[in-house]
Structures are given as structure tokens and as C-alpha cells.
Design a protein around this ligand. Structure first.
Ligand code: BES
Ligand code: MN
Ligand code: MN
Length: 467
């Protein structure tokens, strides 16, 4: 067995001959509105799971089932006949984010269209597109060789966008069956400028809601204004106290478990080919901000932060209505790094809000979800195999980056299954994930399929070379 895999013309030829079919199937998957957080879409989530079951069975994957979890099903399937070769758990999520505000979409979110070399639809990138790339790579290998170079266990979840409530218990219950060497997750994107990248770090998340209540009903703001605490004002006061003008979170103890950046961490960030002004104008903001003493890439990838995701209360219609609202609310999230634990951060958050909340209103804080941060070493052999596969398919070696977003399942794979995680994601960074007009650049999709097929060859070759 050669140390590096050679070109595979048969796989290439197979893929070349099926472009139209492939895009049709991709569209079929995207037409299913599998929004996991909205109860009225539970049937659609199940249908997306059934779509995957059908695809996996048709290509010869075994033990395929939509497994019940108490929530949306987890699709499992495996192919375990590569005796002596490594075993890989592949994870993706078939659920998607809600689509509001609908009026900002140029075409309906669940009617996929191809335009300017991109597939446009909710889920085109996050993460149905990337699952679909895995399907097509497996299909091409099985169809042309009758076998795979490695053993694969596929785990496709339907609740990632709504906090993966049933995934950890499922992983615990299936710990023995999921005994493997490495996990590969394709749910990240390339670096700015669509530069091939491997993500090493992801931030964690603590997501909470603050509810402030005053009188049981709205009050006349003339009759009562000045004598009764206003819940909306009180909420603003609380929110304003959470972060300082230096960009630092003011919750006592918030930074206690943050491991400082090393000189080499900082050098790695500084070495990335980052066009800061292009990044800024791409987002469309007048200025970039953040924690004093850190660069933009450090702030985004390696420092914790706190943000209001939504805030509401009182009169929101047109014109004016003179009231003191009965209640006001905010959804607040913290992105976490290194050793910060979501549960601990929630306790600190809750206690601080209780301390600063004006006593003339009732203030409640509840945890809505969370996930731990994760960091994988660049020198892991599976990461290096992914780097070779990406370079082969994209003609450029990947950079190593840290991502500000969260994939809580990474920490679960490490903690519950003891598996190192390789984040091999292929979408363009301007994919508008979670936003209107989500899209996947089809060149990334096509090359990504080749990179995935190549990755399995590279992993098998690296493993046999190591023996
Ligand atoms: N695919 C994303 C994670 C991600 C975000 C990767 C940005 C690369 C860049 C994932 O589907 C996601 O959206 N995760 C959520 C966390 C979850 C607990 C709701 C997130 O980061 O907000
Ligand atoms: Mn995702
Ligand atoms: Mn997402």
C-alpha cells in the first residue's frame, strides 16, 4: 500500500457522469423544511430522516435506521468491512434553522435554485449540503470499488440547531457500538476569501432568557410614569451592565476558566491571510469592535463574549402608545472558550443578574441551552490526512483556523466516546448560514465530495503506513 493514495479516475468518472442527478437529489433534500425548533415541522424532520435512510440503503450502507430518541430521530448506518482499516464516525445534522425574516429571501427558502454557481436554499450549506456531499462520496466509492477504504459509521442528527437535547443520551446508550478511531464532522466553513481551511477550535455556548415583570397589565405611562419601575427600562439597565466599554464581560468570575492565549496561538492567528477591511465591508458594518487587547480573529475564535440575541416588550406597533409595559424580555448568549463550562457560566450569569436587577420589578433568568467549547490538535494524523485530501481536491493547502460558532457534539464525541474530532467542512464563508439567502458555492460542493472520498483513502493509507 503506498503511503499516499493515488488519483482515482474511476471515482472521478463516476462523479462526472452524475452531476445533474446529484444536484436534483440535493434539491430534493433541501425541499424538506426540517426546522427542528418549530414543533409544526416535526413531521418534516422525520421526512428528512427518512430521505437519508432511503439514500443510505440504496447505496449499500448497512444497519440503516431512523432511530427514536424522544425527539427528532437520529439516522444511523454503517459499512464495516474494511478489515484492519480505521473506523470513522461521520456526523452531520439534517435539521435547519428557521427562515424568518421571509421577505428578505430572493427566492423561497425551501424551493432550491441554482444561481451564480451557488445552490440557494435553507440548509444548502448548514448542514444538509455537507451531509449530501458525504452521501455522494460514499456512493461513488461503493459503486466503483464495491468497498470503502475505511470503516464508516454515519450519525445524522436532527436537533443540532435546537441544542441536541437527545444526542448525548443516545451516544451514551450506543457507546459500545460506536467504538471507533476518529470522528469527522463536516459542519464548518472555509476561511475568509473562500480559502481552504480546517477548523481546530470551536467556541461553546450558554444561552439564557431574562424575563422582567412589573404590574400584571400595561399601565398608563402618564398616570404611573415616574412612580412605578418600568420593566423595559429595568431590562435595559441589566443588559447595559453585562458588558463594559472595553468589550469585557462584567459578570464576576466569567474569565476564571479562560486559558490565556499562548504566544504561538497568537502567532498562528496573526499568520492567517486575513483581509480585515474586506471582512468588515462584507458584513456591512461601519466599524469592528471587541475586547480591548485582542485582534479581530482572536476575539472571534479564542475569546469569550456576550450578546443579546433578541429583546422585546411593550408596544411594538406603528405610531405611539403611551404605556409602561407589564413585562420585558431578552435572550442572551455567551460564546465560551477553553475550560469555561456552560452550566457554571449560567450560574454566574444568573447570580449577577439577580444582584443588579432593580428591586421594584421581578426578574427571572432561565437556561435555554448550551454546549462546551472544543479544540483539536493540528498535528493529529487524521487532521493531516484531511489536509492532504483538501489540498488534493482544492489545489491549495488548508489554513488552520478557530471558529467563533459552536458544535457542542464535538465535546460530546471527545468526552463520551473518547474520539478525536476532525472538522473538515467545505462551505464558503459567505454562506449566509442562519440568515436569509443561505447558499453553497457549487465548486466547494463538488470539490468537497472529491476531498471526502480522498480523505477515506488518505486515512487508510496513513494507517497502514503507520503499522
Ligand atoms: N454549523 C454551525 C456551527 C458553525 C457556525 C460552524 C459558524 C462554523 C461557523 C452549527 O449548525 C450551529 O449553528 N451551531 C450553533 C450552536 C447550537 C447549540 C445552536 C451556533 O453556533 O450558534
Ligand atoms: Mn451546522
Ligand atoms: Mn447552524
Amino acid at each position: 500500500m503506498p503511503l499516499t493514495a493515488g488519483p482515482d479516475d474511476a471515482v472521478e468518472e463516476y462523479l462526472d457522469g452524475r452531476l445533474d442527478q446529484r444536484l436534483e437529489s440535493y434539491k430534493t433534500f433541501l425541499r424538506i423544511p426540517s426546522i427542528s425548533t418549530l414543533p409544526e415541522h416535526a413531521g418534516d424532520c422525520r421526512q428528512a430522516a427518512e430521505f437519508l435512510v432511503g439514500e443510505l440503503r440504496a447505496m449499500g450502507v448497512e444497519h440503516v435506521a431512523a432511530e427514536e430518541t424522544g425527539g427528532h430521530p437520529i439516522v444511523y448506518g454503517d459499512w464495516l468491512h474494511a478489515d484492519g482499516a480505521p473506523t470513522v464516525v461521520v456526523y452531520g445534522h439534517y435539521d435547519v434553522q428557521p427562515v424568518d425574516p421571509l421577505e428578505l429571501w430572493h427566492s423561497p427558502p425551501f424551493e432550491p435554485v441554482i444561481s451564480n454557481g451557488r445552490m440557494l436554499a435553507r440548509g444548502a450549506a448548514d448542514d444538509k449540503g455537507q451531509i449530501h456531499m458525504h452521501l455522494r462520496a460514499i456512493e461513488a466509492l461503493l459503486a466503483t470499488r464495491g468497498r470503502l477504504p475505511v470503516n464508516l459509521m454515519l450519525v445524522f442528527e436532527g436537533e443540532e440547531e435546537s441544542s441536541s437535547e437527545h444526542l448525548d443520551p443516545w451516544l451514551e446508550a450506543n457507546r459500545d457500538r460506536l467504538s471507533a478511531d476518529v470522528a469527522v464532522i463536516s459542519d464548518t466553513s472555509f476561511f475568509e476569501g473562500n480559502r481552504p481551511a480546517i477548523t481546530l477550535g470551536l467556541r461553546g455556548l450558554m444561552y439564557a432568557q431574562i424575563d422582567v415583570t412589573g404590574s400584571p397589565v400595561d399601565l398608563h405611562s402618564g398616570s404611573y410614569g415616574g412612580s412605578v419601575e418600568n420593566p423595559a427600562n429595568a431590562l435595559c439597565q441589566i443588559v447595559a451592565a453585562l458588558k463594559g466599554p472595553d468589550g469585557r464581560v462584567r459578570i464576576p468570575g466569567f474569565y476564571a476558566d479562560v486559558v490565556p492565549l499562548s504566544d504561538s496561538d497568537r502567532a498562528a492567528f496573526a499568520a492567517l491571510p486575513f483581509d480585515e477591511d474586506g471582512y468588515r465591508t462584507g458584513i456591512g458594518v461601519p466599524e469592528l469592535i471587541g475586547e480591548v487587547g485582542y485582534t479581530t480573529l482572536e476575539r472571534r475564535g479564542a475569546r469569550p463574549t456576550l450578546d443579546v440575541n433578541g429583546i422585546w416588550g411593550g408596544f411594538e406597533g406603528e405610531g405611539s402608545k403611551t404605556i409602561i409595559p407589564a413585562h420585558a424580555h431578552a435572550k442572551v448568549s455567551c460564546r465560551l472558550v477553553t475550560a469555561q463550562e456552560p452550566d457554571r457560566i449560567f450560574e454566574l450569569f444568573r447570580d449577577f443578574v439577580a444582584e443588579i436587577a432593580p428591586p421594584a420589578v421581578r426578574t427571572e433568568v432561565r437556561l435555554l441551552g448550551g454546549g462546551r467549547p472544543s479544540l483539536t490538535p493540528a498535528d493529529h494524523p487524521a487532521t493531516q490526512a484531511a489536509a492532504r485530501a483538501i489540498e488534493h481536491a482544492f489545489g491549495q493547502a488548508p489554513v488552520y483556523m478557530r471558529e467563533g460558532g459552536s458544535i457542542p457534539v464535538c465535546a460530546s464525541f471527545e468526552r463520551i466516546l473518547g474520539l478525536p474530532v476532525v472538522l473538515a467542512g467545505f462551505t464558503n464563508p459567505d454562506d449566509n448560514a442562519h440568515a436569509p439567502n443561505e447558499s453553497m458555492v457549487l465548486d466547494n460542493y463538488e470539490r468537497g465530495i472529491r476531498a471526502i472520498a480522498r480523505l477515506w483513502d488518505e486515512l487508510a493509507a496513513a494507517d497502514s503506513g503507520a503499522r
